[in-house]
Write a protein that binds this ligand. Structure first.
Ligand code: NPW
Ligand code: ADP
Ligand code: MG
Length: 280
């Protein structure tokens, strides 16, 4: 297993060309955040916007609209139960992130099915949180698209059947290979204290990260940052690796002076971190 080190950053994070506009940097839809988990979609949206995605829309429960705009006015809001709006907007997106704080009710399951039916092969679909739990439980096949799965270890167990205690680079690789049989463009970010990333170009282990990150919303934030990187940087595999590295590298830096690192602090530190690591 190869290591993800700082050398990934200048490969991925490029100086922005002068002749560019917001459309150059990608359109992202983030779908999730029920009445109880509004924070999840807000943290995810912060990650995407602060990573530099050109246009970001959060599809969420209407009860989250005011808080979302207080935290991140750069993002647009849409009601995730508005099927017409989903039908209209999702086909225009470059990246769709589904599941952070979604919940596991029947209406959430119907929403996942609708999104899967709307996604097309040129788009990237990131699947996180409750959406992973539901597709594992209901055995929903993944659509034809570039798919990024971001499970924590219990979600990975639900998806693959590999028990948490048995998870290691070898069993995880076997499970990834099995999942890839029906999808040749699959990336699995298996999150833990030493996150492993499985891609069609090989398997990688992250070298950054701290227990100061063990707090709710940390994975929601990562899903947002990955979406923002993939929206604007062209090699999807490398963009995911750079996002995973950056998320935890910033946490390492903050943890030098903080007992715990709050997820939104990572997003807020991201533009400066990317500035420091951009290449010509
Ligand atoms: N502020 C918000 O709005 C927030 C909203 N959130 C949203 O909530 C939704 C549910 O997501 P979830 O991860 O909280 O719950 P679930 O999928 O049931 O997994 C937990 C179960 O697995 C077990 N477990 C064992 N190992 C584990 C591991 N390494 N990492 C994690 N869990 C591990 C664990 O064991 P225990 O802790 O009980 O010992 C427990 O039994 C999802 O949509 C998410 O986006 C959250 O992000 C929080 C902030
Ligand atoms: N001890 C740790 N060391 C490094 N990273 C950690 C540690 N604990 C948790 N993390 C990171 O925090 C995130 C947790 O993801 P997840 O459980 O999905 O969070 P949530 O759903 O609450 O947002 C992952 O990116 C994981 O790698
Ligand atoms: Mg999570």
């Amino acid at each position: 297993m190869k290591l993800i080190t700082a050398s990934i950053l200048p490969k991925v994070i490029r100086k922005r060309p002068t002749k560019s506009f917001k459309g150059t940097y990608g359109k992202v839809a983030l779908i999730g955040g029920n009445r109880n988990f509004g924070g999840a979609i807000i943290m995810s949206t912060l990650g995407t916007v602060y990573a530099g995605a050109g246009l970001t829309t959060a599809f969420t429960d209407p009860s989250n609209q005011t808080s979302l705009h207080n935290w991140v006015p750069e993002a647009m809001f849409a009601d995730y139960q508005d099927q017409m709006h989903l039908n209209q907007l999702l086909p225009t997106m470059d990246v769709i992130s589904l599941g952070s704080g979604l919940g596991t009710d029947d209406q959430d399951l119907q929403l996942i099915k609708l999104v899967f039916s709307l996604v097309s092969s040129h788009q990237v679909l990131l699947i996180d949180g409750s959406a992973l739990t539901l597709i594992a439980k209901e055995k929903i096949p993944l659509p034809a698209a570039t798919i990024i799965l971001t499970p924590h270890q219990m979600e990975w167990e639900r998806l693959t059947g590999v028990k948490l205690a048995d998870q290691n680079p070898k069993t995880n690789q076997q499970a990834y290979n099995q999942l890839s049989i029906n999808n040749s463009h699959l990336i699995a970010v298996v999150k833990s204290a030493q996150t492993e990333v499985f891609t069609p170009m090989g398997a990688f282990q992250n070298t950054t990260g701290t227990p100061a990150q063990a707090i709710g919303g940390m994975g929601d934030t990562l899903a947002g940052i990955i979406s923002g990187f993939v929206a604007q940087f062209h090699n999807v595999n490398e963009a995911v690796l750079a996002a995973v590295y950056s998320h935890s590298a910033i946490a390492d830096q903050l943890a030098q002076q903080q007992y715990v690192v709050l997820p939104h602090q990572i997003s807020e530190a991201l533009p400066r971190f990317m500035h420091e690591h951009q290449a010509d």
